[in-house]
Structures are given as C-alpha cells and as structure tokens.
Design a protein. Structure first.
Length: 190
C-alpha cells in the first residue's frame, strides 16, 4: 500500500513540475518600418497578375513543431512550441500579403486567376528555423516564370535573434521573410 501511494505521489509531483503547456505561433503581418518603402520603385509598371504557388518546405519543416538546429548536424522539432497553422501555408499567405503591399497596382494572389496571362512565382524554403548560436536561418530559392522568361534566385539569410525564446525567434523569422519578400519584389520589377 505504501509503495502504491509513493508511486501515485511521485507521478503527481512529476506532472506538476513540467510545463506541458502548448504555445502556438503565427507569422505576424507585415508592418512597414521607418525607412522601409512600402512601394517598390517601378512596381506599378507591370500589371500582369502574379500567382504565388504554394511554398514548398522540407519534411522537417512540414510538421507542427517549430524547428531548432542544436548543432551543425542535429535538429530538434519542438513538442510544445507549435505553428498555429501549417508553416508552408503561413509562408505563402504572408508572401502574398507582402508582395501585394510591395507591388501596388498589381494583382498578387495565392490562387490562379481566370486569365492565362499571368506570372508565376514558385518558392522552395529549405531553412526556416532557429540555430544554437542565437541566429535565425532562412534559406531556399525562388523561380519567377514570366512568359518564356525564367528567373531563378537562391536566398540565404542568417539573422541575429535580439532575445532568447520562441516568440523572439518567430519575430526574427518573420522579419527575415519580409526582407526576402522585399528582395523578390525588387527582382520582379527589373
């Protein structure tokens, strides 16, 4: 009987001591900052609709958990720090929103328009995670198909995280994604 009570007591204590609360994260919407133009120069010149295809992510980023690189070869997927909606969907939705603001006068959509005369942007994200040295990593490549022209551009951002913790990581990743959207918008208008 004493053994049974001791086991129950130990289980109760262990249950109380661990923080098993789940935290859900969503990439924040684009907020223009001082010194950052919302409109990209020359963006209104091209009025063809732009279709942003679903963003492709590798398996380690396609689950619910936020990814964190613990060494040069090891990654951990968080169990209690989760994406509120699938990361690939968040990346596409925020990219559509960012490009819509950065390319005024141009229809930017995450779904095909009724017209067959549109440009297509496809993005593959290979890195979107925190790293053991306090940096956030965003990497991949994008391809713009404009009629018979194809433009391919790799990207790789390593950004310092201003604070520790998952909220700061998510904000840093969002800022980097916004930075990459601005770079894409500039390339599209040239």
């Amino acid at each position: 009987m004493k053994k049974g009570l001791a086991i129950i007591f130990a289980l109760l204590l262990s249950g109380c001591s661990s923080d098993s609360a789940k935290h859900y994260y969503q990439l924040p919407a684009m907020i223009p900052t001082a010194g950052q133009p919302v409109a990209v120069a020359g963006a209104g010149d091209n009025t063809r609709p732009l279709w942003v295809e679903p963003v492709t992510v590798p398996d380690y980023l396609s689950g619910n958990g936020v990814a964190y690189q613990t060494s040069d070869v090891q990654y951990v997927i968080a169990v209690n720090n989760l994406w509120a909606s699938p990361l690939d969907q968040q990346l596409q939705q925020t990219l559509v929103s960012y490009l819509g603001q950065l390319l005024p006068g141009r229809l930017v959509s995450g779904s095909m328009t009724g017209s067959s005369d549109y440009d297509t942007l496809s993005v593959t994200v290979t890195g979107f995670h925190g790293r053991y040295d306090g940096k956030a990593v965003i990497s991949g490549a994008w391809i713009l198909q404009r009629g018979d022209q194809t433009l391919r551009q790799p990207f790789s951002l390593i950004l310092p995280q201003p604070k520790d913790g998952y909220p700061a990581l998510i904000r840093t990743l969002a800022a980097g994604w916004q930075q990459e959207a601005t770079a894409i918008a500039r390339q599209i208008t040239h």
